[in-house]
Design a protein around this ligand. Structure first.
Ligand code: BGN
Length: 285
């Protein structure tokens, strides 16, 4: 794998003209959310190190990937995520760590700010060069959809069952995405100001395109995903300000993001399959 890519480019993110050769992949997978899953076998197997870390034994991965999952009150979904994702990520031969970033308190949910927190906290632990930002309730159903970074920001959840396995609109960047540290720094991370549901992912898309980047995606077959059906969270109603906020992305992006991030860690716990960091991210104005 390495010698193939090094002929073409020295960058671990360059992929043009390269066929990804990863062993162990299965292609389409069976994923369902009707029966409760048991994590004991996965824990006993011992392949995942405490805090949800893994690195392949048979090779050295090109990138170190931090997977960031914003979280509140979704323990059951977290079980499904761990149950399905660890085996997939291991077959993809990734060097990765799983960070569940839990918003404490009873304020409106702020997904993008939790992404920024995850980025900052993961970097305190290791020199990650790639960040995968994922909703907790979306699972890929094809393991050729690789959780790594590319030469352009990557959108991974392109064909979700909820949207009839189609892309709802060309600029959509919600669900699961992957950005390298360099790509993230170019856009000052994400907005900290989207409280409640919607728009924060469109804001990210705007930041990326204002900085001259474009979106990379797998095709509609490899990009298939399943979403766990659930009712809307009480503390995550649609944000009525999202349209107005989106019209100001260009003016805001240099002052609202990683460089203005403020939060405090309430607790940090390394459990056997993931690291849980509970944080106080403040309240909407
Ligand atoms: C869009 C939302 C996204 C969301 C997708 C998919 C907005 C901004 C105003 C147009 N965008 O409509 O945040 O990821 O739907 O659900 O609401």
């Amino acid at each position: 794998k390495h010698s193939l890519s090094s002929n073409l480019s020295d960058s671990p993110f360059a992929t043009e003209g390269i066929t990804e050769i990863v062993t162990n992949q299965k292609g389409p997978l069976h994923v369902e959310f009707s029966s409760v899953v048991n994590l004991d076998k996965l824990i006993e197997e011992g392949s995942v190190s405490p805090g949800g870390r893994f690195r392949p034994k048979e090779c050295v991965s090109q990138q170190k990937v931090a997977i960031i999952i914003p979280f509140r009150d979704r323990e059951l979904h977290l079980k499904y995520w761990l149950y399905y994702m660890h085996p997939i990520l291991q077959r993809q031969q990734l060097d990765y760590g799983v960070y569940v970033i839990e918003q404490t308190g009873a304020d409106l949910f702020n997904r993008a700010k939790l992404f920024n927190v995850g980025y900052a906290e993961a970097l305190k632990e290791d020199n990650y060069d790639c960040f995968v930002f994922s909703d907790i309730d979306i699972i890929p159903i094809d393991d050729r959809n690789i959780y790594k970074c590319y030469d352009q920001p990557r959108h991974l959840s392109v064909a979700i069952d909820k949207f009839n396995f189609q892309l709802p609109y060309p600029q959509i960047f919600g669900g699961i995405s992957a950005l390298s540290k360099q790509q993230l720094l170019k856009i000052n991370g994400f907005s900290n100001n989207y409280w409640g549901w919607g728009g924060e992912d469109d804001d990210i898309y705007k930041r990326l395109s204002f900085r001259g980047m474009s979106i990379s995606r797998p095709d509609l077959m490899i990009g298939r995903c399943k979403m766990i059906q659930h009712e809307r969270d009480k503390l995550n109603p649609p944000n009525p300000k999202r349209m107005t906020q989106l019209s100001h992305t260009i003016q805001m992006m240099d002052k609202d993001g990683i460089n203005s991030l403020s939060y405090s860690v309430v607790s940090s716990e390394k459990s056997s399959l993931y690291t849980r960091i509970s944080v106080n991210i403040g309240s909407p104005p």
